[in-house]
Design a protein around this ligand. Structure first.
Ligand SMILES: [Zn+2]
Length: 526
């Protein structure tokens, strides 16, 4: 393996799963580990082998993957007070996980030693020394996590330094200073690391939580101050406000600070890494996340879009393709004709003064007055463009649909739907029973279409959002519906607007299916 300057340590599968709503199955964990390995993350923390059967099984199964680049780590605490490390169940479970590296976590805030584990400061040092040297003698690489390091250091720097020295002398390969409560500011952390320079210690690492919104900044300043190992999670997932976000730390270290990382040659996969893990966690990642977010390279105002087409470097901090993301020029009232020209370029070269550009600009304005918004629904605008260009082929012709909701005093309401349509010249009926009308409509439509278009089986609705446009009109208010559909590889968004929520949803649904049909199935027609 080529030598990197800074080791990147991923704890998505351990600390990341402490985040609200983050759950991975064993299969998800293995797939993420494989992705991280291909991306060349240096270390992957798999979890605490004694925590559950799923955690223990992970270590058994991950061995079979024969990862090429990353070292899998098990995670657990130092031995309990008063017994030798060799007889401690936790310590032996860490060894039985048979990982090349082990993360041992120890107390480093004096108040936690005396008040939480209820032992004295000297015994805590002995627990650290004994645990590390025992596992070293078993041939493991030891990453020692100093829990609450920065808070402990602020109150009792001498004791913190003794812990660092003790772990170092016991043979730890890396000393990771953790800001467990997440309250340390970047300049404080960097100042403390600088004060440690007089000590002769094993290499230093850092682990920050984002409670002050500065976890990434603290990680970067720590590297400047001398840390050579950085821990974090994909998309910044983690307890409370999350952990330091590796999807931001990695490009900052590699592309802005020019540090050599093992994953430096894989930067173009970074956006995929973020989205792959989000898919596994079944979470829609923050759209405005730096670097990898869906909107990270979006441009709205018409003038911006104009400059972008001439000199993108004047409007962007980085070429989005370097990290595998892409620029989007948003459609809006503000957008100039050059945006329309750019959107149309998919179908040919059109001049700003051409009739079609004029027609689409007018149409966009009219639709926006009615409440449509295409910034987050580009697939619907694509359908409009195709229609204007006569490059649109509808998937089907609707004849009619019926939806009926049933409820009794004691049962939950259910909706029954029937739908008749004509596809490929043949009449079809679709039927479904669902929880609500939109769900039922979607299911009936799929039921009717799948016999003629089996590709629809692979498409799924993954997000549905409703916004009331004029709440002052109460129940007569117009609603705007956005939906997101996916084929598991691509996702696209569509919009519908109506006083009737079912009608608005219907518009968005058929746009979504027609968009896919025209762009992915009939693509030769472009
Ligand atoms: Zn943590």
């Amino acid at each position: 393996m080529n030598k990197s300057e800074i080791a990147v340590f991923d704890t998505t599968l351990r600390d990341g799963t402490q985040g609200t709503g983050i759950n991975f199955t064993l299969k998800d964990k293995l797939e993420i580990a494989e992705f991280l390995d291909n991306f060349r993350i240096d270390y992957i923390e798999g979890g605490f082998p004694l925590a559950s059967e799923k955690e223990a099984a992970f270590f058994q199964e991950v061995k079979k993957l024969n990862l090429k680049n990353s070292k899998i780590c098990s995670f657990g605490s130092t031995r309990r007070p008063g017994i030798p490390a060799s007889q401690d169940t936790n310590i032996n479970a860490l060894l039985q996980a048979e990982t090349p590296a082990v993360v041992v976590v120890g107390k480093s805030w004096d108040a936690h030693v005396t008040q939480v584990i209820g032992t004295d400061l000297e015994e805590n040092l002995e627990m650290i020394r004994d645990s590390i040297s025992y596992m070293k003698s078993e041939g493991r690489e030891i990453i020692f996590d100093l829990e609450h390091f920065f808070d402990g250091y602020k109150g009792n720097p001498e004791y913190s330094k003794r812990i660092l020295t003790c772990a170092s002398e016991a043979g730890a390969d890396c000393l990771v200073m953790c800001d467990t409560n997440g309250g340390t500011l970047p300049q404080e952390a960097a100042g403390i690391i600088t004060e440690l320079k007089t000590l002769s210690l094993a290499p230093l690492g850092v682990h920050f939580h984002n409670d002050t919104g500065t976890a990434v900044a603290a990680s970067l300043l720590s590297v400047d101050a001398g840390a050579v190992h950085v821990q974090g999670t994909v998309n910044g997932w983690g307890e409370r406000s999350g952990n330091a976000n590796l999807c931001v730390i990695i490009p900052n270290l590699s592309l802005k600070m020019q540090k050599k990382l093992s994953c430096s040659n894989n930067m173009t996969e970074l956006t995929k890494l973020s989205r792959f893990c989000a898919e596994k966690a079944n979470i829609i990642p923050e759209k405005n996340q730096p670097y990898v977010g869906e909107t990270a390279f979006n441009h709205k105002a018409g003038q911006h879009a104009d400059v972008i087409s001439k000199a993108p470097e004047l409007m962007e901090h980085l070429d989005s393709s370097l990290i595998g993301n892409s620029r989007k020029i948003l459609l809006s009232e503000l957008a100039g004709k050059s945006t329309i020209v750019r959107k149309l370029s998919k179908y040919g070269e059109y001049d700003k003064r051409s009739e079609i550009v004029d027609e689409l600009t007018q149409r966009l304005k009219q639709k926006e007055i009615e409440g449509y918004e295409y910034e987050a629904a580009e697939a619907s605008f694509d359908v409009i463009m195709r229609k204007a260009l006569n490059k649109f082929q509808p998937l089907f012709e609707l004849q009619n649909y019926h939806l009926e909701s049933h409820k009794t005093m004691t049962s939950k309401s259910k909706t029954v739907g029937r739908l008749f349509l004509k596809a490929k010249g043949i009449e079809h009926m679709g039927a479904a029973v669902g929880e609500g009308p939109v769900d039922t409509l979607n299911a009936s439509l799929r039921d009717a279409l799948i016999p003629s278009f089996p590709f629809l089986k692979e498409l799924h609705l993954i997000d549905y959002r409703v916004r009331v446009l004029n709440p002052e009109d109460a129940t007569a208010a117009r609603v705007r519906v956005f939906i997101t559909y996916t084929d598991n590889e691509n996702s696209w968004d569509t919009v519908g607007v109506s006083e009737n929520i079912i009608e608005a949803s219907w518009e968005a649904l058929i746009d979504a299916l027609n968009y896919y049909y025209n762009n992915f199935i009939l693509k030769d027609q472009k």
